[in-house]
Design a protein around this ligand. Sequence first.
Ligand SMILES: Nc1ncnc2c1ncn2[C@@H]1O[C@H](COP(=O)(O)OP(=O)(O)O)[C@@H](O)[C@H]1O
Ligand SMILES: [Mg+2]
Length: 335
Amino acid sequence: MFRAGETGGSLQTEADARVDGKPRVDVKGSLTDDASLDSLWKELTALRKENTELRGQVQALTEASVHAAKLVSELDETRLLAARLREREDQLELARDQATEASRAKSAFLANMSHELRTPLNAILGYSEIVEEALTESGRTELVPDLARIRAAGKHLLILVTDLLEISRIEAGKVSLDPQPLELAPFLAALGRSTEPLATQNGNQMTYQVDRAIGTIEVDAKRLQQVLGNLLSNACKFTNKGRIELGARRSGVHILIHVKDTGIGMPIEQMDRLFSAFTQGDSSASRRYGGAGLGLNLARKLTELMDGEILVDTELGKGSTFTMKLPVRQRPSTV
Ligand SMILES: Nc1ncnc2c1ncn2[C@@H]1O[C@H](COP(=O)(O)OP(=O)(O)O)[C@@H](O)[C@H]1O
Ligand SMILES: [Mg+2]
């Protein structure tokens, strides 16, 4: 502690000795009593402390203002980014509208063209049949195989055009369903019978696994037949000297109808594009088996319209099972 007696020092001016405007030492430099000096010292210490604190606060304020300036500049950047994002969103919206319009125009074009294509195709098929009959009657049978080829090619083209027409009608939102109660067991039996000639062409045997208590389902029978017909024709096409099973069972509020074959099966890599239009297995397979890769695309689109889905289970070289999962009750829908 600094004490007057110890230092014997003196304060030089009156001003130096003032604290709160009151003289604590006399002008001649002689010190007042110890108590005054003590209090002077305390105040000085307090002032120093205050000063240090103030400096700390100034420092903190400086740091805070630097931080604030950084935040402001970041905010500006964010605003700029947000503006750019809005601009990009507008561009994307425009592109989406254009794409939707293009897709609608494409579907409308295809729907019209498919219709125009079917009429002359039917004429080709009809006339080739008439000519074939006439040639057979007049004994000129050497041309009959060629005519049969014309007919087969024409039929194939007609199926493609019909599938295309159907897909574009669905895409254009022109297909509406007509769900009615349908007794499933007799329906599936009839469908199986009509598929048998196709199955036996490749030496396949048709079997049935339809639950007796399957009952009725509310469904558009024509569309259901179209989807199952597609699955069955695939099973017949990709199976040789094997078995094709048509089955159905109830599962809660759903009906599961399956087409199972012991055919060539599919590699796992094919799964993600299986239902896309114009996609088939590898090109050698499509050359060997024909088709255009539209059947499953159409089947899925129709099934989705029926509030259902198609599940696939397959193993390369072992066979495939396509299962149509449909709600027992369907709400009538117009798309
Ligand atoms: N039951 C099946 N067994 C093996 N492969 C199948 C089966 N069903 C479909 N595929 C594969 O899926 C592809 C697409 O089928 P799909 O759309 O009906 O067209 P497409 O019958 O005209 O080839 C077929 O080319 C084939 O590679
Ligand atoms: Mg097919």
